[in-house]
Design a protein around this ligand. Sequence first.
Ligand code: GLN
Ligand code: ZN
Length: 769
Amino acid sequence: MTAQPAAAAARATVYGYPRQGPNRELKKAIEGYWKGRITADVLQQTAAELRRSNWQQLADAGAHELPTGDFSYYDHVLDTSVMVGAVPQRHREAVHADALDGYFAMARGTQDVAPLEMTKWFDTNYHYLVPELGPDTVFTADSTKQVTEFKEALALGHSARPVLVGPVTYLLLAKPAPGVAADFEPLTLLDRLLPVYAEVLADLRAGGAEWVQLDEPALVQDRTPAELNAAARTYRDLGALTDRPKLLVASYFDRLGDALTVLAKAPVEGLALDFTDAAAANLEDLAAAGGLPGKRLVAGVVNGRNIWINDYEKSLATLATLLGLADRVDVAASCSLLHVPLDTAAERDIEPQVLRWLAFARQKTAEIVTLAKALAQGTGAVTTEIAANRADLASRSGSPLTRDPAVRTRAAAITDADGRRSQPYEERAAAQRAHLGLPLLPTTTIGSFPQTDELRTARADLRAGRIDAAGYEERIKAEIQEVIAFQEKTGLDVLVHGEAERNDMVQYFAEQLTGYLATQHGWVQSYGTRYVRPPVLAGDISRPAPMTVRWTTYAQSLTERPVKGMLTGPVTMLAWSFVRDDQPLGDTARQVALALRDEVNDLEAAGTSVIQVDEPALRETLPLRAADHAAYLAWATESFRLTTGGVRPDTQIHTHMCYAEFGDIVQAIDDLDADVISLEAARSHMQVARELAEHGYPREAGPGVYDIHSPRVPSTEEAAALLRKGLKAIPAERLWVNPDCGLKTRGWSETKASLENLVAAARTVRGEL
Ligand code: GLN
Ligand code: ZN
């Protein structure tokens, strides 16, 4: 590669860093505070120490400009609500009494008040707390957190840049407060919100901030002309302020599209754009828009949300193009590093060669620094790094882990017929009715039964070697016996084995599939103090041996009633893992589907007549822009059909999804060609049943009649009333009776009472038919 013209003083920066600390110190401190084991002072000291060490880590790696304000006790959107004074009425008393406890009351609720609603941050697995706004909302500025943390970094000698959620994104992520009309649009509050942002910006300027970053990821979604106008107005107004720092408006996760021109024209000093594959169009769009003359461009060329090493030559080529398009080009990760684990150096169980393919937050920072150095001094300054990177990429693409000829040959031979059941639905349904002999309104559950402390202890004992595999098997079998006996006694029609052996519905399968990696310390924040360790789809996927068959057949051996086999579907396996970046998602999904297909076929061969393939993630993985939906849904539904397409007509395929609003994917649900679907519906009073009916959904469905999200036991009459509602939309021949979701988070006592009532409700309503 030839040396690039040097860009004077290209800087390396990031927008945010993992908050938890190397040993999840933050989680432990916060939970300790909740339990009263440590004081607020100790919690605050722990937090300050974690911020200090994060900044030090970034500075030691050579980052030039560090983020501040990205730290959070719970969630940065909640922090923004506090910053603008948007505290819901029901939380005011708590906030007034004590700011920290009030903050946690908003996040988690108390005995007396419900928390803010939580939802996914764009298409990541991070969840934020949804601001609640209404026509009466009064915003007031409180820049304490932002100013304090910025000054903390300054005092430690760092060059820093506060990072805030931008006003447009903040409003677009909000929802009408309880009691406010559902069609209230929070964006109408923009004029009230902007003066508050102006005040915060002035405070940060007074505190010494040269630059402030405003994150506007909501602008990478499809936006109406009115919304784009709001963005234009926002940055015209904020740009026109006299007492303000320089503004860097950041976007990530997808291309900016029409919003790019809006922001390029705005009187702000810089834009930060995502240039990874997911947002590749930004490059052309930026060139077409004439670049950013006079502005600073921060180029997100290192993927901030996957765990793979960067391709330096590719990034340097992108950066070289960008040099011609802006006044100054700096290097960054595409988004906050919040979405990746901290440090690969903590991993002991991953082969050293494979570990070199992985980059967590710390490694990504080093990559950014290397790329900035190449930009500033020419590639000659980083020849060693570039050579090592090329060697690591070559080792990855040439590895038998990523290229398994058997898997590839099989995937290449897939035909349309593999993804098609041998008979159309109506004929299958008749065969299944004859084969299964179920009553009208058959009852079932979604799969898991309570995960008790005993089960968790058994798993811990196995891991620690206190019991052997045989001892573990005994404990699981004992649990299965109990679960089956309970279901028989209660009178459920289609039984489950209870999933006692599963730690997690994705990890359980990942551990048994070749090509998947597990990490020991790869924690990422899901929400608040909940951290998850997503497994890594690292190579070609195959199934060396059956994964669930022995548990299901054991359960079936205990009863005459059908026991439903239980699998996690390919889309959900991808959605809750780190995915490969070296092949299209659809290719990875197809490989996972083939492995699951073998499991489905083995279950059938072992005598399982009902098999459920869960896809709770089908909707949440929907791309951010509507133009990309069809391509996603095509591979998503295809991989489900490939998983389930190989069974006999009289084997009944179920699927399950847990969300109440799915209007925009009913067609995709239909395209799965499952025989039965169970869905969340209890809280929305059977809304989904009506949506299915409107769509003309032809198959059997079980809209949930028992809300499993709380310990509350639904009465027989309540469940029966929901069933009667369901019958208005779905005829009795096609209606199932089941809870909203699995029972693993519930206790046994409420589970027993609720399922007894559910069966009683089914009997009552059957009697009315
Ligand atoms: N079968 C799983 C269970 O019952 C489904 C879980 C889910 O939908 N998230 O736990
Ligand atoms: Zn569910």
